[in-house]
Design a protein around this ligand. Structure first.
Ligand SMILES: Cc1cc2nc3c(=O)[nH]c(=O)nc-3n(C[C@H](O)[C@H](O)[C@H](O)COP(=O)(O)OP(=O)(O)OC[C@H]3O[C@@H](n4cnc5c(N)ncnc54)[C@H](O)[C@@H]3O)c2cc1C
Length: 470
């Protein structure tokens, strides 16, 4: 038995052997770093792997994978560890933690960047923004680019430049049987198709190559906020702007509790607010004009729209999203924001069960919708909105109340469903919900691809695509 009280699945002698073959290191039950090493962003996830392999090279990944496969152990692959379902850790298996592999090389002339699989948004933006370049990444800078890209990738540049996966030009992939292959439009194109939306189902990506675009470094971006009681007119304005917006404008409506942010008056702190946040991926002058209608609704209690470095905006919301809290998320693409949907959101905007929670409606469309439904494995490209309910709280004893509230909001909002969910916002919600993430044709094609590249489902700690059977 280990000090954690769980059976030690793999003998110390075998873990010594695993360690000897690595440039990186192995953290095992009983080690001082074990609790930190097994943890992921979502504090509701409490799993006890047999070992966490901190990989430093592709060869380390291959070695760790072979070790797990040879012993038929569960395998979890971790990039930034942000999967809310906790796919970046596992019980009694091997975690391949790639977080140390975070190098980013930029070729400014060709507008390309090659990034390691442990890179997080802030590291990528820092490297690319030195050249005034960027690609779409998530709206928080702490998220891993690996999971983000493989599931799709929505963020502040999405309407101008598409999803993160739309900007992937190639990937190096370690397959379940230990081969290293390239995936691009020219090399293994079907695998490349599946990597852009199908998650970590087909192999372990050891390097990602992205197309970059001129962005900033300064952009017009920020948010304005109102008391949540104003949600109805504010969300109506959001709908009007989203329907007409130029591609350069990406906007998100956020309902949450006001943090003690300097741009908000003290009397608002701790009160429910509705905010409209946006980024304009074009000239500052055009941006001023594009965001003006988002700011011009009644009397905002705070307005933090400004010209600021794009990289600063990317991390502006990080402080509200610290790791370690309890989480329960529900999400769905929305077909519209009709009056009933706005009425629903306005009701829930004043009724959060936790000051750490929010729900957001992001405007999609633009460049996302111009990519054909069968061009990548990322489905539901014609949905004009995506809803993401992020319920977070501190005390695990309190979970039932928060989960029930989230489920009620989700059920009520589903009247506006576009018939699909964004895979990266899924919790561990079962195979039906994974299927719901994909168009029917896409799902069948992903299952066939899975049979080709991972017939034994070695990569199953993910929104799992079960291999097709005859
Ligand atoms: C605070 C927060 C903010 C978020 N914001 C956004 C957002 O703005 N936009 C958005 O689209 N999503 C967002 N997400 C969701 C996010 O995209 C997913 O959680 C994504 O999976 C995170 O990637 P990761 O590498 O950090 O996660 P991990 O938990 O490390 O991995 C997620 C999945 O990818 C697999 N995986 C990881 N690395 C590899 C690899 N190298 N090869 C193959 N498979 C791999 C894992 O096995 C796992 O199944 C957010 C999540 C959080 C918690």
């Amino acid at each position: 038995m280990s000090v954690t009280g769980i059976d030690q699945t793999v003998a110390d002698a075998e873990l010594n052997e695993l360690t000897r073959g690595l440039r990186g290191s192995v953290v095992r039950p009983g080690d001082e770093q074990y609790d930190a090493a097994r943890a992921v962003w979502n504090g509701s996830i409490d799993r006890y792997p047999a070992a966490v392999v901190r990989c430093r090279t592709p060869e380390d990944i291959r070695h760790g994978l072979a070790f797990a496969v040879a012993r038929d152990l569960p395998l979890a692959v971790r990039g930034g560890g942000h999967s809310v379902a906790g796919f970046g850790t596992c019980d009694r298996g091997i975690v391949l933690d790639l977080r140390s592999m975070a190098n980013v090389e930029v070729d400014p002339d060709r507008r390309l960047a090659v990034a390691g699989p442990g890179t997080v948004g802030a590291e990528f933006d820092q490297a690319t923004q030195q050249h005034g370049l960027a690609t779409t990444l998530g709206v928080m800078s702490t998220t891993g680019i690996a999971g983000l890209t493989l599931g799709g990738g929505i963020g502040w540049l999405q309407r101008a430049y598409g999803l993160t996966c739309d900007n992937l030009v190639a990937a190096d992939v370690l397959t379940a049987d230990g081969r290293m292959v390239r995936a691009s439009q020219d090399a293994n194109p079907e695998l490349f198709w599946g990597l852009r939306g199908g998650g970590g189902n087909f192999g372990i990506v050891t390097s990602f190559e992205y197309r970059l675009h001129p962005v900033g470094p300064d952009v017009l971006c920020g948010l304005a906020a109102w008391p949540a009681e104003e949600a109805d007119p504010v969300l109506r304005r959001f709908r009007e702007v989203a329907a007409e917006a130029e591609d350069e404008l990406t906007a998100i409506a956020i309902c949450r509790t006001a943090p003690p942010a300097p741009f908000l008056p003290e009397e608002v702190h701790g009160r429910p607010i509705v905010a409209l946040a946006a980024c304009y991926a074009g000239s500052v002058e055009d941006g001023e004009a594009a965001v003006a209608p988002l700011r011009d609704v009644g009397q905002p209690v705070g307005d933090a729209f400004a010209v600021r470095p794009y990289a600063d905006f990317q991390s502006m919301f990080d402080a509200s999203w610290d790791p370690g809290f309890q989480n329960y998320w529900k999400a769905e693409y929305l077909a519209h924001l009709d009056d009933d949907a706005i009425d629903t959101f306005a009701r829930y905007a004043v009724a959060h069960t936790s000051p750490l929670s929010d729900f957001k409606v992001a405007a999609m469309g633009g460049a996302i919708a111009r990519v054909g439904e069968s061009e990548t494995a990322c489905s539901h490209r014609d949905a004009p909105y995506v809803l993401n309910i992020n319920t977070r709280w501190q005390d695990p004893q309190d979970s039932e109340r928060h989960i029930r509230h989230t489920q009620q909001l989700f059920d009520d909002a589903r009247a506006a469903s576009a018939g699909g969910v964004y895979v990266n916002f899924l919790g561990d919600e079962g195979s039906d919900r994974v299927e719901h993430a994909y168009a029917d044709d896409t799902f069948a094609r992903l299952q066939a691809l899975k049979r080709e590249w991972d017939p034994d489902n070695v990569f199953s700690h993910n929104s799992n695509i079960v291999p097709a059977t005859d």
